[in-house]
Every structure is written in C-alpha cells, then in structure tokens.
Design a protein around this ligand. Sequence first.
Ligand code: IPE
Ligand code: IPE
Ligand code: MG
Length: 247
Amino acid sequence: MKFDGQVPVHVAIVMDGNGRWANARGLTRVEGHRAGEAALMDVIEGAIEAGVKYLTVFAFSTENWKRSPEEVKFLMNYNREVLRRRRDELDGWNVRIRWAGRRPKLWPTVIDELLTAEKLTSKNKGLTFTMAVNYGSRIEIVDAINQMLEDSKSGKIKGSVTEKTVQKYLLTKDLPDVDLFIRSSGEQRISNFLLWQSAYAEFVFLDVLWPDFSRKHLFEAIQQYAKRNRRFGGAVDKPKKAKPTTR
Ligand code: IPE
Ligand code: IPE
Ligand code: MG
C-alpha cells in the first residue's frame, strides 16, 4: 500500500461500536466484542503493511466498570483470552506488545497475561502495539502528578517540572505523541483516551462499527491524514499571486 504523503508514526484507535453492531443483529453486546477480535488483527496487520511504528488501541476504559457485571466479566475474560490466543502470532509478526493502564480494580489474571505478552515480545523491533486496558487519561495525569509530588519530596525530582518530566510519568512514557487519532462507530469524542498525548493529533472519525472495521478503513484514515496540513501553531505566509486586473 502506497500513500501520497506521510504515514503517521503513532496511530491511536478507539475501537467503538461493538454493542451496537451486536444489538442491530439481535445479538447480545458481548457477541459484538467477540466479533471485534478479527477487526483488530486485520488492523494490526494493516498497520504493519502501512509502515506505522506505534499502534495504541483502547480496549477497556477506567469508566467501563460502569457496565453490567456480566459485560465487565466477559471483557476481562476476553482480553485475557485474546492475548493468550494471539500473542505467538503477534510475536511472529515481530510485534512488541505493551500495556498502558492502571492496576487498581483490573483482574490480576489480566495483568499477568499482559505482562507475559510484554515479556515474550520485548525484544521485537517491528510495530509497537499498545493495549490500553483499564486506561483513563485524566486519572493517568493525576497519578503522574501525585508521583511527581512524592519524587519531589524525596529529592528525585530537582527543580521545577517540565513537559518532558510529565511525559516520563505517563503510562505511555515510551511512546511518541499521537499523530493520527481514529474513532470508529460514528461517535465524535475522545472519551478520556490519550489527552496529553493527542495535543496535536489529527482526528478521523469513521462511521463504521468496530466489528466491520478492517485495514481498508485504517488506510482510508491514513489517506485523510496525509492530506492534512499540520502546523503545530506555526504559520507560513504565502499570499496567492494576485490575478492581473482586467478592465
Ligand atoms: C467498544 O464498543 C468496546 C468497549 C468499550 C470495550 P462498545 O461496547 O462501546 O459498543 P457500543 O459503543 O456500545 O456500540
Ligand atoms: C471508549 O468507548 C472506550 C473503549 C473503546 C474501550 P466507550 O463506548 O466506553 O465511550 P463512550 O461511553 O461512548 O464515551
Ligand atoms: Mg461505545
């Protein structure tokens, strides 16, 4: 796949719309989550094909605990199962698996599976694939502030805090800023995903429910990204040549 323009280094995706996909088919929400696995694998392969270096996906938010106990239980078990089932395949694709998320509330067996996958693939040099499980950006920033306060008291942080210091305390400390932020399902919101990291990201919202998503949609988003003019606050003065006036 060739793109006219730059391929984003870091792509973040809010994989949304599983429940609606299932309910529209007369199925329960969890069947939608099940159907999302194939979409994710295709998108990971597509990201590798496109030359994306970092792919970060939102799998479970710190707010998703509000869902029914059945759905939460399913999602915990399912995240663990998918990791176990797919880690060797991903390892074979030279993918480095990473976890971004908080420990509190998260099932220890899910944490174990995430850490096992991280360890197994830690030497891989291909795509860095980060799963955001029990992730929420505001609490991530609050955790970072509290840790910085502690480290300041103990003398580990000397002087004042800079943007670089904050970056070092985030759950995504080893990832570059997000270039392209994609959300499926038609919703146009961030839902507390990578707030600090997406300060200058380009946003693409696609009207496709996650189980119907494939690398084709990823490529479409990259194509849109490639056409954008990223200025980061800067500006170029280029007045159009005035047309000669005719009388
Ligand atoms: C995204 O799909 C998956 C998770 C949040 C785990 P949803 O479950 O949010 O599906 P919709 O948005 O309700 O359709
Ligand atoms: C965001 O989707 C979380 C994940 C995709 C894991 P939600 O479906 O939870 O977000 P809202 O509730 O529509 O904002
Ligand atoms: Mg949703």
